[in-house]
Structure formats: C-alpha cells, structure tokens
Write a protein that binds this ligand. Structure first.
Ligand SMILES: Cc1cc2nc3c(=O)[nH]c(=O)nc-3n(C[C@H](O)[C@H](O)[C@H](O)COP(=O)(O)OP(=O)(O)OC[C@H]3O[C@@H](n4cnc5c(N)ncnc54)[C@H](O)[C@@H]3O)c2cc1C
Length: 306
C-alpha cells in the first residue's frame, strides 16, 4: 500500500513548526526520523493532510550537559546515543539500551524524541526515561512545558502531549556516585521489539540498595514501574533472600498483557528472569569493586508463580 496524498513542508525554524501546528492541529503530523511514521502512512493507519518535516531544525538537535542534567535534543538519533562518550559517562543506562533498538539502519534515522512521542510500550527509550526519572520538554505557541516521564505516558501509544506541542528535548539527571544501572530484554530475535524488558536503577549505599527504580517494557499498555518489588529491595543488601523475595513479589505484582507470541504467565516468568539478571549484575559489579566472590548469589532458584 502507499500513503494517501498529503502536503509536505520542511520549515527551517522551530517557531515555524509551532505556527503550523497551531494552524493545522491534528490534521498535521510531525516527521522526525520517519521510522515509525512512514510505515503508518503507507499502511494508511494515519492519513494527515500535512507532513511537517523537522529534519533541519537545529533547535531540536544536540546532546549536552546542562547543570545536573543531560539534555537530549528531540532529533538525536538512537545511533548518536549509542556511540556518545558523554552518554556513556553520564547516562550509562541509555548506552546499554541503545543496541537493543531495532537494527543499525533504523537506529541511524530513528530519534529519541520520536520514540518518546510515539510512546510504544515495547520500546526502549520510554522505559529508560521512566527509570531515570527524566523529563520531557514540550513547546507550543502557548509556551514551554516540562513533563515528568511518570506523568507523560498515559496509555497505549498515548501521551500528555497536546496536538499543538512539539517535544524539543528530554532531560535525564546525571549518574551519581554509588548509582548502578542495568538494562536487559528478551526478544525473539535481536532487533525485534522486546517481549519483556527491564531498565533498572539503584543506589548502592554501604552495601544496601536504595532508590531502586524498575521500569518495565512490554508488560502493559505503557512503560510502568513495579513499586512493590522496588519496596522489597529498598534498604536491603543484595542477598539470595532479598533477590528471591523481590522476584516472588514482582511475579504477583505484574499483570502483563499478552502479545501475539507470549501469554501473561510467560511474560511474568520472563520478567522474573530479567530482574534476577539485573540484580546478579549488580552483585558482580559490587564484588569486582570489593574483590570478593559472587558464588553465593548465582544459584537463586526460579520459583513461585509461573
Ligand atoms: C523494522 C523496525 C523495527 C523497530 N524496532 C524498534 C525497537 O526494537 N525498539 C524501538 O524502540 N523502536 C523500534 N522501531 C521504531 C524506531 O525506533 C523509531 O525510530 C521510533 O519509534 C520513532 O522515531 P522516529 O524519529 O523515526 O519518529 P517518526 O517515525 O518520524 O515519528 C513517530 C511519531 O512521533 C511523532 N513525533 C516525532 N518527533 C516528535 C517530536 N519531536 N515532538 C512531537 N511528536 C513527534 C510523529 O509525528 C509520529 O507520530 C522500529 C522501527 C522499525 C521500522
């Protein structure tokens, strides 16, 4: 199938985009990397009257440090994040997640802002933004809004963004001393959307985990955290007992939505596997730092509800 006819404009400045959106509202669609939008146009899932191509708008580009945050311009590509030394140093969770997004050709064109705006529950960036307590910066002719990731995603492919708003950037707090990160996902083939994925952050303080944030991919209609499992881990040392208990609580807490290939029970089981992997990774990191053995934690049983 081919896309329905549409008008096409390529403004040079953000203000022109804002005026066009104010004038055309929901009749217009913003084009960033096109890696999702062009497919939906060709399948006629979306038939906008006007396509506003943002590719040359410099205000939406660039990765830079601003105070205690890393600012990721909306047009920054997945590949740019994957290869950025600045990201590796200050937001290592994003560096770990980037290679899981699709394939190289798609990562070279797809953008951070496009992924956040689309709000796919199986996508990597929305969950990372949630895990990092990031902020979405949105602009319209009415002004600028800063929306916390936790408030931004509202349902299946739906977000807080109004029809006349553009995401200009996202901001994530810089990694702090003592913080540890983990990203892992299970997909049918590398590059496919995740069946289940986990973006995890914690602070290891005197051997205890604090400020644990577990953000899940592919388990619900939007990226979501698991507060009960987080609570079980907060204030605890990384031991067989704390990890096993967290996995049991997690499997009770999650209510995954089945997809074409995996049912609810399978996803719940896989989520437990990912949590175990993340926590064991943290144990290994801590052990290497303290030069001690990790053998005691490598045999955590996979028990509990399937
Ligand atoms: C074969 C294939 C496999 C893929 N696999 C994965 C995967 O494993 N993981 C993953 O996360 N993604 C995957 N993707 C999607 C890819 O990451 C897209 O790049 C991303 O979802 C959208 O980014 P984009 O820049 O291409 O946005 P576009 O396709 O240009 O736009 C997507 C939507 O966001 C809106 N939009 C774009 N930018 C803005 C903005 N700044 N402000 C407001 N609205 C905006 C557009 O109007 C449109 O509605 C895959 C895509 C393909 C084709």
């Amino acid at each position: 199938m081919k896309a329905a006819a549409f008008s096409y404009l390529r403004p040079r400045h953000l203000t022109e985009v804002l005026h066009l959106l104010a004038e055309h509202g929901d009749e217009a669609r913003l084009l960033a990397g096109g890696q999702t939008l062009l497919a939906t146009l060709n399948m006629r899932l979306s038939e906008p009257a006007l396509l506003i191509d943002m590719q040359v708008i410099s205000e939406l580009k660039g990765l830079d440090l601003q105070g205690n945050t890393l600012r990721i311009g909306a047009l920054v590509t997945h590949s740019a994040i994957e290869t950025s030394g600045l990201v590796a140093k200050h937001a290592p969770l994003l560096s770990a997640a980037a290679p899981h997004i699709a394939h190289r050709a798609i990562r070279n064109l797809g953008t951070f802002g496009g992924s956040i705006a689309y709000g796919d529950p199986a996508a990597e960036w929305p969950a990372c933004l949630l895990a990092l307590d990031g902020v979405v910066v949105a602009r319209s002719l009415r002004g600028e809004r800063r929306i916390a990731a936790v408030d931004f995603f509202t349902g299946l492919y739906t977000t807080e963004l109004a029809a006349d708003e553009v995401i200009t950037a996202c901001e994530v707090p810089l990694a702090r001393a003592g913080q540890t990160f983990a990203f892992s996902e299970l997909a049918r083939r590398h590059g496919d959307y995740a069946v289940v994925g986990l973006a995890a952050v914690a602070t290891l303080d005197g051997g205890l985990m604090t400020q644990v944030r577990l953000a899940w991919i592919g388990v619900g209609s939007m990226p979501m955290r698991s507060p009960a499992a987080e609570q079980v881990l907060n204030g605890q040392p990384l031991t067989v007992e704390s990890v096993s208990r967290a996995i049991l609580v997690l499997r009770d807490e999650l209510r995954p939505i089945a997809d074409l290939t995996h049912g609810e029970a399978a996803k719940r089981q896989l989520a437990g596997v990912l949590l175990k992997r993340a926590l064991l990774g943290w144990v290994r990191d801590a052990s290497v730092a303290e030069d001690r053995s990790v053998n005691t934690l490598t045999s955590i049983p996979f028990q509990g509800r399937p």
